[in-house]
Write a protein that binds this ligand. Structure first.
Ligand code: NAD
Ligand code: SER
Length: 324
């Protein structure tokens, strides 16, 4: 039984919501949220413990595990694709050395299970673009994708060499309304909803027909928790599960928003992120996740759009969204 959880990168887009979901299961005091950034404290310290933790400081990771008697870790601290292209050395160091520090500290201090997410960014232009298979060519062209391939492999190495239990999914682009994304290529699919509510128009940094796999946050949380709690005996894969919900283009999201906001307008001004998006899959085969731990998403594009516009719209009316 796992009872004491550490979350790294807890102030980010996924961590800020996953921490709440974990606290609902394990109890507020049993989920220790940590982040490099002090800004994270305001988002997540109200309901439970928060501590500053830089995953590059291995001794501090180890001390945190000991101090709180941690036996389960969600390792979310990372640099995402767009920031990674601007700062390749930073992405390499945090995504690879940070993960190794967490794995080493976990191994040496009796942590029973780690969830360390990967990304659809592990795929590249030589991978089949449609219904991308689970076990396929991994030749990404972004530094972020390269670090995620290595993390998947390091995780497998620690499983095979030290008998550890490390699990992960290749998230598609995650769309949410609580915390803004941290510098990825799929960020447009979040910003478009905020700009629709605030300005009635949006300028997109990808071309209108750029198809990418996406997922709404409630499905992301469900998939993350379901894999973490899945019976190990059933799992054939471990650090690298393909995960999918739906695939959309910017034009698809625009049309979906227009169903509820007929005056919404969009323009397109592709930038360096277009090349990143062009190297990623159109759609993903997640049949291994479905077979090995019963993965099944709930939200499609229109169901997500309705919820996004409702939540962001209500917050905007209450004056809680000023700049984003
Ligand atoms: P994010 O950028 O929103 O948050 C990352 C957090 O990590 C930030 O709060 C940041 O302050 C923190 N951080 C950065 N460097 C750190 C360090 N040295 N020590 C401790 N904390 C540090 O990212 P996210 O979207 O929440 O992503 C979480 C995980 O999911 C990452 O591994 C990411 O690669 C993966 N992922 C996310 C998406 C997505 O669409 N959001 C898609 C695929 C994979
Ligand atoms: N959403 C992430 C990014 O765009 C995918 O890993 O970087």
């Amino acid at each position: 039984m796992i009872s004491r959880i550490l979350v790294t990168g807890a102030g980010g887009q996924i961590g800020s919501e996953l921490t709440c979901a974990l606290r609902a299961i394990y109890g507020n005091d049993n989920v220790i949220a940590t982040d490099l950034s002090e800004n994270a404290r305001a988002k997540i310290a109200a309901d439970g413990p928060f501590e500053l933790l830089d995953v590059m400081q291995k001794n501090n990771v180890e001390a945190m595990i000991k101090k709180h008697g941690i036996d389960g870790i969600f390792h979310l601290a990372a640099i995402l694709s767009a920031v990674g292209e601007q700062k390749p050395n930073l992405a390499w160091n945090i995504n690879i050395q940070g993960a190794m520090n967490v794995f080493d500290a976990a191994r040496d201090n009796g942590v029973k299970r780690i969830f360390a997410p990967s990304s659809m960014a592990v795929f590249g232009p030589t991978t089949p673009f449609d219904n991308t298979p689970q076990d396929t060519i991994l030749q990404p062209t972004t530094i972020y994708g390269m670090t995620k391939v290595i993390d998947e492999l390091i995780g497998k190495y620690y499983i095979q060499r030290y008998g550890m239990d490390i699990r992960g999914v290749r998230y598609p682009g995650i769309i949410s309304n609580a915390t803004l994304p941290g510098g990825g290529t799929t960020d447009y699919a979040v910003q478009i909803y905020y700009d629709a509510v605030k300005y009635g128009k949006y300028e997109c940094f990808l071309k209108e027909d750029t198809m990418l796999p996406m997922m709404y946050m409630p499905d992301c949380l469900k998939g993350t928790l379901d894999l973490f709690h899945a019976k190990r005996e059933r799992l054939i894969h471990n650090t690298d599960f393909n995960l999918a919900a739906f695939s959309v283009t910017p034009k698809d999201i625009y049309m979906s928003i227009k169903k509820y906001m007929p005056d919404f307008e969009i323009t397109y001004k592709p930038d360096f992120r277009q090349a990143i998006a062009d190297s990623w899959p159109n759609s993903i085969d997640d049949s291994s996740a479905r077979a090995e731990w019963d993965w099944k998403p709930s939200f499609d594009l229109d169901a997500m759009t309705l919820d996004m516009l409702k939540v962001i719209g209500e917050r905007y009316k209450r004056g809680l969204i000023v700049n984003c």
